[in-house]
Design a protein around this ligand. Sequence first.
Ligand SMILES: NC(=O)C1=CN([C@@H]2O[C@H](COP(=O)(O)OP(=O)(O)OC[C@H]3O[C@@H](n4cnc5c(N)ncnc54)[C@H](O)[C@@H]3O)[C@@H](O)[C@H]2O)[C@@H](O)CC1
Ligand SMILES: Nc1ncnc2c1ncn2[C@@H]1O[C@H](COP(=O)(O)OP(=O)(O)O)[C@@H](O)[C@H]1O
Ligand SMILES: [K+]
Length: 462
Amino acid sequence: MRQILSAKQIRDAEQHVFDTQPDVDLMGRAAAAVARIADAVTPEGTVLVAVGPGYNGGDGLFAAARLAPHRPVLLWLAMGKAHEAGLEAAVRAGAQEVDAVGAIGSLVDCSLVIDAVTGLGSRPGLPAQVATFAAACEDEHVTVLSVDLPSGLDADAAEPHESFRAAHTVTFAAPKPCHVLQPAASRCGRLHVVDIGLDVEAGNLRQAEESDVARWWPVPHEGSDKYSRGVVTVDTGSETYPGAALLSCAGALHAGAGMVRYTGRAPSGLIMSRFPSVVIGDGRSEATVLGSGWGDTDNAASRVEWAKLHRLPAVVDADALYSLPNGRLEGWLLTPHAGELGRILGCTRAHVEAQPLECAREAARHTGASVLLKGATQYIAEPSGRVTIAVAGPAWTARAGSGDVLAGICGALLASGLPAWKAGVVGASIQAITATRHPGPYTPDDLSARMPQVIAELTSEL
Ligand SMILES: NC(=O)C1=CN([C@@H]2O[C@H](COP(=O)(O)OP(=O)(O)OC[C@H]3O[C@@H](n4cnc5c(N)ncnc54)[C@H](O)[C@@H]3O)[C@@H](O)[C@H]2O)[C@@H](O)CC1
Ligand SMILES: Nc1ncnc2c1ncn2[C@@H]1O[C@H](COP(=O)(O)OP(=O)(O)O)[C@@H](O)[C@H]1O
Ligand SMILES: [K+]
């Protein structure tokens, strides 16, 4: 599990070092890492460093001082001011200053631009002259290495804002939200996380890794039987949307449910013809999946209430999300996309996309359920406020039906005994990992059929 830290957490950790070990040169360590990665990314050619007014600029200047003895280095003081000691060191080492026109003009001859304009102190967006320079870097296809984060991003947010588009970003101590949350993360390129000796404490945002998924996967053992592995009741699909029933059953079966019972309104013959191991009708079970492909049904509320009455942990998807029963939904997992979450919270999809962490947290706090907010980045919020980001995958899974399969996967995991938040993290992650290992336009059901092999590989790598 990787901790994702806020700008404030990093600043507090930095202050702690200043207070307790005043001799430690954090900027020197950061600059050394920037210079080392700059040489690794492009071993030769001119480096242009765009320098801002604060410590981010300072990192860039001390990196310039390390690079200038062995390769040409140009400095552009993008906002006029610059870290004094850093500037002195860079110029002493041989770096040459250029103005804005010179900076843009030199891009054709540069092999690397180091973006050290702003970092943790970045206010969203760029001053006009810097925005013009960032756009020119893209037009000239120059490789950009951003220090700490692409200038213009907000370290703590998923929004892309007007910012540099980096091929590489070197950050310190731990990733910040902008490095892992889409769409901001797509501006960062490859992320290099460098330990500069900050002692950082875990917070309430983290990202799962493949090894977590492998560790948490409910692998059957000698004593397992179909009941102990977990029976999941799938009430999805309808006469109008029978495909959703097949997709959620496919997810549950390929995630290893001990038994899948189908109680939805899609024709049972259709289910049996595709999945003969599914049992049609009600019976004992450990979890249920509700809502995918129900469409506009008049008895949604009573079908959701049924799960609450039977104390059956539920995965609540799609139309069922609008018929949540009153009271705390402890042990339940809600799986909205941004539009659905907006409707639940009474705000717009755009607001959810701009504030995904806050919205997922609010829904979890309000309902008492865990909330899996689906999309390019998948957030699993718990009522406590803790959020875990699922392992990221390629955009191949961005197609109709992926969510129906995911609901089935999560249902099987919930039935196996995983707590709701973990079922959400493991379910969203296994779909993404499968798509990473099998990239291409597979249909959601074809991709789910590849999951068993990926699960076997993952769990045997332990
Ligand atoms: N906090 C830490 O632990 C460490 C910080 N270091 C560096 O220090 C950076 C933070 O330095 P600062 O706090 O000086 O902040 P920045 O260097 O990120 O920003 C400096 C100033 O730029 C101006 N500015 C920001 N966004 C602007 C915008 N959009 N338009 C116009 N002006 C804008 C603001 O006045 C801001 O205070 C980190 O990102 C990192 O690169 C490193 O030296 C190592 C350790
Ligand atoms: N940009 C993206 N990158 C990767 N996966 C995505 C992206 N956007 C959506 N997805 C996938 O699509 C699913 C969305 O499901 P949902 O909108 O409910 O689809 P449906 O209801 O059609 O099944 C997510 O869980 C995720 O797996
Ligand atoms: K930067």
